[in-house]
Design a protein around this ligand. Structure first.
Ligand code: ATP
Ligand code: MG
Length: 413
């Protein structure tokens, strides 16, 4: 009794922070409260940030945590940044304009003194002059489709000066989305930044892209090799995902068993975004919207509903795909669903023989020829290339889809 009372008092004295659920489990944004350190990637990133003139390419599968890790370090080191986001329609001009707009925070009156101190009067007035010429272009076009025109004074060189003078990092997100034709121009831009490193040692470009290697993101020429640091962010491990769930649970003062956290990690298939969503659903369904004053235990049985909610939210994208690829004429076996549901319970990169053996545990006379025929189709556009075969090793092309099928399996055993 006394012990309980004392721990309550201690807790109150410590002023345990109260967090909102949406800030703890963040399926669509960078994690902060539930952020778990990834020492080796963080170390590489900090090192590259420290070297003057070193430009950075961060690459890895979508959802591997590129933006999150960069945001974490930017925050930790209180770095100044501007961010441009690429789309399928981005051109070098739109990217330059975007960056120019983001610089506004450092050049306008409202900016705080510490940001402004490094800016000379002449660069500020030049910035404001260009800004008003861009605004002018916009006002002239009111009522029409507004296409902003890059003013001739706003060259890449001048943009480098504007960014360099603020000592900001220029983060270019989703670089893989921009058309091939524009990519080489970015390499040129990186080169310019490097050449200007003497004048602006703190500024650099950081390009992020969902790709298998850095070169796929920015095809820089060999001259740049030593001056670009390519940093891979691998998908999270199961143990790391369990840690995220546990860290979030601690912040909310709830208890999610290791068994449930491990199940969540299994469904997530190395994608933290899925783990965040499942944990969010779990809390939401149990009326946990913020840190609890008294610890609450979430029963293991609640996970099923969280999974059901997740799959029904994904109804549009994955369900349609699933229906499409599982279609076949009448036959003894539902081939595609048998193959996919077996494969999703196995590790990535299995051999056809291992897959067959596993299928035959449930369907002892499943014919090897059926497996060969349908696998071939699943590698091809005929069945949306949902699987890939890398030197005889089979895996899902898209980890998100593997997770989805795992969740479907539970609902339709
Ligand atoms: N270290 C981490 N700790 C906790 N959660 C993380 C961590 N890294 C990523 N996440 C979570 O994983 C999800 C995906 O992360 P993020 O958006 O950073 O990935 P990304 O690699 O930038 O993806 P994309 O290429 O699609 O932009 C987010 O929900 C984020 O909160
Ligand atoms: Mg990102």
């Amino acid at each position: 009794m006394i012990k309980n009372f004392t721990s309550k008092i201690l807790r109150l004295l410590k002023k345990t922070p109260v967090y909102e659920l949406k800030d703890v489990f963040t399926p669509t944004s960078s994690a902060n409260i539930s952020y778990i350190s990834r020492t080796s990637v963080e170390k590489k990133l900090k090192k590259a940030l420290d070297i003057p003139g070193k430009q950075i390419v961060i690459y890895g599968h979508s959802g591997s945590g590129k933006t999150t890790i960069l945001n974490h370090i930017v925050k930790e080191q209180c770095l100044k940044t501007i961010t441009s986001r690429c789309t399928n329609n981005s051109t070098i001009d739109t990217i330059i304009l975007d960056a120019f707009d983001s610089l506004n925070q450092y050049y306008t009156e409202s900016t705080n003194i510490s940001h402004k101190e490094s800016l000379t009067g002449s660069i500020t007035s030049e910035y404001l002059g260009i800004k008003s010429s861009i605004t002018g272009t916009l006002e002239n076009n009111v009522g029409e489709i507004q296409k902003r025109v890059l003013p001739p004074q706003l060259t890449i060189q001048r943009l480098c000066d504007f960014i360099g003078s603020t000592k900001a990092l220029w983060i270019i997100e989703d670089f893989h989305k921009i058309p091939e034709s524009e990519k080489s121009k970015i390499s040129q831009m990186m080169k310019l930044f490097m050449d200007k490193a003497v004048d602006y040692p703190n500024s650099k470009i950081i390009v992020l892209g969902a790709a298998n290697n850095g070169y796929e993101v920015v095809q820089h020429d060999t001259e740049l090799n030593n001056r670009v640091s390519e940093i891979e962010v691998p998908l999270l491990t199961t143990a790391e995902i369990v840690k995220i769930v546990e860290k979030g649970a601690t912040a909310l003062n709830i208890s999610i068993s290791t068994e449930t956290a491990t199940e969540i990690a299994k469904y997530a298939n190395c994608l933290a975004t899925i783990a965040h969503q499942l944990a969010y659903n779990l809390c939401f369904n149990n009326n946990i919207s913020k840190t609890q004053r008294k610890s609450v235990i979430i029963p293991n049985s609640e996970l099923d509903q969280a999974v059901k909610d997740f799959t029904s939210e994904k109804q549009d994208t994955y369900k349609k795909l699933y229906m499409k690829i599982t279609q076949q004429r009448e036959g003894k076996y539902q081939n595609v669903s048998i193959i996919l549901s077996t494969l999703c319970e196995m590790n990535d990169n299995v051999t056809q023989h291992a897959l067959l053996t596993k299928i035959q545990e449930n369907f002892p006379s499943y014919p090897p020829s059926n497996l060969s025929t349908y696998l071939k189709q699943l590698y091809s556009p005929e069945r949306e290339e949902v699987l890939r075969n890398n030197a005889g090793r089979i895996s899902f092309s898209e980890p998100f889809f593997k997770s989805y099928i795992r969740m479907l399996n539970v609902q339709q055993p």
